[in-house]
Write a protein that binds this ligand. Structure first.
Ligand code: AMP
Ligand code: GLY
Length: 421
């Protein structure tokens, strides 16, 4: 069986390493992959958004399953193009990927079907948005409608900041077309939880919960990043809360998408906030999270490839999806300066045995050596019986990996440990 994974980050590396354990013994390809991934899959030089290139490659090489991992190709309709050419895919079609591609679509869906989320209004007109801000409480949250590389959310503490944010999105073209339409929503508080779920549109099976660390600096300070580390499970997400989310959020979302004629198949990501009034949806993503995947899949005991095939075939109910009771922790090693300016091209060296797995993101091969090529360079994931031990092993492993301008947060999992006590 031949499987192609579209994408080039740590998430894709984690998916590939998990697929490699399948009893179906797949031959693995990545497009475009990266220098680190090339140790585990054949990397082909086709961009993740190149729909025709991916389709032609899949047809010519007889690929049995394409796993479309990143948001952009999903929102652009890569799965539609592949399925229409007779190629089996893991991932939602364009109409269903809108649940991430348009925040306005997602918010209106939740309102229509009574799925708990922050109160909001949508605007396409700057003066109406500014008028609304005059009656708002602060902080207030301002979101660009479309994809914005995870940077389309501004939490404005004051009226002046909010006005600046609205003008820069709607008039300044800060996020291009993505920002011409905006959502202004109520600021919520509480611990955040990420829940990824497999769904074939009928059955939904949540994976083990996780906690991301989005800010660049220790103590959750600094700029928002793509994620500096993760732990799983998330200690705030108790069995009672999980049951409540299944009843009030997960199943209603699947039903709502079916009602709208946009059946979702693939991995649906629920970004939740556990507020004093109960769980609320902060965002949906139409794909595996990064770096959540790097802690969730290492805990999967079942066969990922069989699960993905079952999702594609609409037979998820018949497939076993089992996770271990262990804990996992992923620490991201980034290029100092990320998410701002940073230098790349530094050799990555691993000195001695690691107590975990490396998932490469911004790494490429140059003259046979692995060198840095991006902001987030790699993640190290360790698994242990307790979160404390998993974190200890992950940080000991980080200590054995070096490149010239390496930077990592030193407090990944600290809040989770405190919640456990
Ligand atoms: P998003 O890109 O939608 O995940 O938003 C990025 C981050 O902004 C989230 O992880 C939250 O920490 C924060 N955020 C988004 N919406 C809200 C909200 N309504 N209230 C408080 N924080 C929010
Ligand atoms: N870790 C957040 C995301 O994947 O969007």
């Amino acid at each position: 069986m031949k499987v192609l994974v579209v994408g080039s980050g740590g998430r894709e590396h984690a998916i590939i390493k998990s697929l490699a354990k399948s009893s179906l013994k797949p031959e693995l390809f990545a497009a475009p992959g990266n220098g680190g991934i090339s140790a585990d899959a054949e990397c082909v030089d086709i961009g993740a958004k190149d729909i025709e290139g991916i389709r032609d490659f899949a047809l010519s090489r007889g690929i049995d399953l394409v796993v479309v991992a990143p948001d952009d190709p999903l929102v652009l309709g890569m799965v539609d193009a592949l399925e229409d050419a007779g190629i089996k895919c893991f991932g939602p079609r364009k109409a269903a990927a809108a649940i991430e591609g348009s925040k306005i679509f997602a918010k209106d869906l939740m309102k229509k079907y009574g799925i708990p989320t922050a109160a909001y209004e949508t605007f396409t007109d700057t003066s109406a948005a500014l008028e609304y801000l005059r009656t708002s409480n602060f902080p207030v949250v301002i979101k660009a409608d479309g994809l914005a590389l995870g940077k389309g959310v501004i939490i404005a503490e004051t009226a002046a900041e909010a006005e600046d944010a609205v003008r820069s999105m709607m008039e300044g073209g800060k996020f291009g077309e993505s920002g011409k339409r905006i959502v202004i929503e109520e600021f919520l508080t509480g611990p955040e939880v990420s829940v990824l779920a497999f769904t074939d549109g009928t059955t939904i099976v949540p994976m083990v919960s996780s906690m991301d660390h989005k800010r660049a600096l220790d103590g959750d300070r600094g700029l928002n990043t793509g994620g500096m580390g993760t732990v799983a499970p998330n200690p705030y997400y108790t069995a009672d809360i999980a049951a409540e989310c299944m009843e009030k959020i997960f199943l209603p979302t699947i039903r709502a998408m079916n009602e709208e004629g946009r059946q979702f198949r693939g991995c649906l990501y629920f970004g939740l906030m556990l507020t004093p009034d109960g769980p609320r949806v902060i965002e949906y993503n139409c794909r595996f999270g990064d770096p959540e995947t790097q802690v969730v899949l290492p805990l999967l005991e079942s066969d990922l490839l069989k699960i993905m095939l079952a999702v594609a075939d609409g037979k998820l109910a018949q497939e076993e999806v089992r996770f271990s009771d262990d804990c996992s922790a992923c620490v991201i090693m980034a290029s100092d300066g990320y998410p701002g300016k940073y230098d790349t091209g530094f050799e990555i060296s691993v000195n001695g045995e690691l107590e975990g797995e490396i998932y490469y993101a911004g790494a490429k091969l140059s003259d046979g050596k692995l060198v840095t090529s991006g902001g987030r360079v790699l993640g190290v994931t360790s698994v242990a019986n307790t979160l404390e031990d998993a974190l200890g092993a992950a940080y000991r492993s980080v200590g054995k990996i070096s490149f010239a301008n390496a930077y990592c947060r030193r407090d990944i999992g600290a809040r989770a440990l405190a919640a456990n006590r």
